[in-house]
Design a binder for this molecule. Structure first.
Ligand code: A3P
Length: 293
């Protein structure tokens, strides 16, 4: 099925205090009442912060040895369901999660912390959050909106950046998202895209320690290689080339995977305005993100 060529882009709507599109709210009742299991692992991110990367790391850590056939037969978005997703002709995220027979279940969400279904907290599920610096996150999101037809049209970079700064992006303001989870950093695993680029092996080891996994060093090193950008870009099970809502001729899903690509997009004026606005938005928080490494 090729949905991309027939889809019309959705409008941005206001929903539960944030901007959204209906593809992530149509199944709201079932999302909010989702029954988590105690061993579920919730992978949460603002869109384009490294969700797929950390999803694949967790997938390999848990199932790379136990069920290796999964990684070659099922795309990552089937193995790690996107909880709030409802796209016509595809199973919903909740259906996919309910259908998963593996344990633990790895479940992906982009919901801001206040909208996470309460069952995850009640069951004391482990939560892995990835944050990415606002500038690179914005650039990546811009290219994603260009190629993904379930997102509103970004129009152009300048328009996109204004909307990003105004918090008018799907899943709400980046600022509130990263700060909301930061408040919970004692109980969740809060990680950074920039750290993963700097030293993936170290971040895999940290994840293992958070999850209480003892994985032999050679296995961890193999996983670190398998999740390298070039390998994930080639891998049809992780590069999203099988999903029918994106146009890779416009931009690939695995685009650059770098820290600092914002420098190729922000004009000097945009950069000054952004920095000033950022300082205001983030002045009361200890959270620090690196825009270069
Ligand atoms: P860019 O658009 O900057 O290249 P998400 O999975 O949350 O949608 O995030 C996608 C972003 O993560 C894209 O960023 C993508 O290239 C990057 N990414 C995915 N896998 C990666 C990897 N193994 N190494 C580095 N970056 C990766």
């Amino acid at each position: 099925i090729d949905l991309a060529s027939t889809m019309t882009r959705p409008d941005l709507i206001e929903f539960e205090g944030i901007s959204m599109v209906h593809y992530f709210t149509d199944n709201w009742e079932k999302v909010q009442t989702f029954q988590a299991r105690p061993d579920d692992i919730l992978i949460s991110t603002y869109p384009k912060a490294g969700t797929t990367w950390v999803s694949y790391i967790l997938d390999l850590l848990y199932f790379g040895n136990k069920e290796p056939e999964l990684q070659t037969s099922q795309p990552i978005y089937m193995r790690v369901p996107f909880l709030e997703m409802t796209i016509p002709q595809l199973p919903t995220g909740v259906e996919l999660a309910d259908r998963l027979s593996t344990s633990p279940r790895l479940i992906k969400t982009h919901l801001p912390v206040q909208l996470i279904p309460k069952s995850f907290w009640e069951q004391n599920c482990r939560v892995v959050y990835v944050a990415r610096n606002a500038k690179d996150n914005a650039v990546s999101y811009f290219h994603f909106e260009r190629m993904n037809f379930i997102q509103p049209d970004p129009v152009d970079w300048n328009n996109f950046l204004q909307m990003f700064m105004d918090g008018k992006k799907v899943f709400g303001p980046w600022y509130d998202h990263v700060c909301g989870y930061w408040e919970k950093k004692q109980t969740i695993h809060y990680m950074f895209f920039e750290d993963m680029v700097e030293d993936t092996g170290r971040e895999v080891a940290r994840l293992c320690s958070f999850l209480g996994l003892s994985i032999p060093t050679e296995v961890r090193e193999k996983i670190t290689k398998d999740v390298h950008f070039d390998n994930m870009k080639q891998n049809t099970m992780t590069n999203y080339s099988t999903i029918p809502i994106m146009d890779f001729k416009i931009s690939p899903f695995m685009r650059k995977g770098k820290v600092g690509d914002w420098k190729n997009h922000f004009t000097a004026t945009q950069n000054d305005q952004f920095d000033e606005h950022y300082k205001q938005k983030m002045k009361n928080i200890t959270l620090q993100l690196r825009t270069e490494i």
